[in-house]
Write a protein that binds this ligand. Structure first.
Ligand SMILES: Nc1nc2c(ncn2[C@@H]2O[C@H](COP(=O)(O)OP(=O)(O)OP(=O)(O)O)[C@@H](O)[C@H]2O)c(=O)[nH]1
Length: 94
C-alpha cells in the first residue's frame, strides 16, 4: 500500500483492544506479516489499559521527522533548485 501512493506517509498497523485476551480475532503473526508486507511496524494496543499508546505515537513522530529529513536532502540535491533560487524576485515593502 505505501508503494501505491508514491508518497511518504507515516504508517503503523495497530490491533486495538489487546486487553480482551479471550476475544482475540487476529493472530499476532497475521498482523506482523501484514506489517512486514507494508514495510511498517505492528503494535497491539489497548485504549483501556493504555498499553503501547505512547510507542505508537513515538513511532509516527519518528517517521515524520525521517520523512522531513529525506525531503530536505532531496531538495538540497536538486540541481534546478539553485537556479530557481536566483530567479526568484523578492518584493520589498517600504
Ligand atoms: N476493552 C477495550 N475496549 C475498548 C478499547 N478501545 C475502545 N474500546 C471500547 O470499544 C467501544 C467502541 O469504541 P470506539 O472508540 O467507539 O471504536 P469504534 O471504532 O467506533 O468501534 P469498534 O467497532 O468497537 O472498534 C467503546 O465502548 C470503547 O470503550 C480497548 O482497547 N479495550
Amino acid at each position: 500500500m505505501p508503494q501505491e501512493t508514491g508518497q511518504r506517509i507515516p504508517l503503523v498497523i495497530v490491533g486495538n483492544k489487546s486487553d480482551l485476551i479471550d476475544e482475540r480475532e487476529i493472530e499476532t503473526s497475521e498482523g506482523e506479516k501484514l506489517a512486514a508486507s507494508w514495510g511498517c511496524s505492528y503494535y497491539e494496543a489497548s485504549a483501556r489499559t493504555s498499553t503501547n499508546i505512547t510507542p505508537i505515537f513515538e513511532d509516527i513522530v519518528r517517521q515524520l521527522r525521517r520523512n522531513d529529513a529525506l525531503r530536505r536532502e532531496e531538495r538540497e540535491r536538486d540541481p534546478a533548485r539553485k537556479k530557481r533560487r536566483h530567479m526568484v524576485k523578492k518584493c520589498v515593502v517600504l
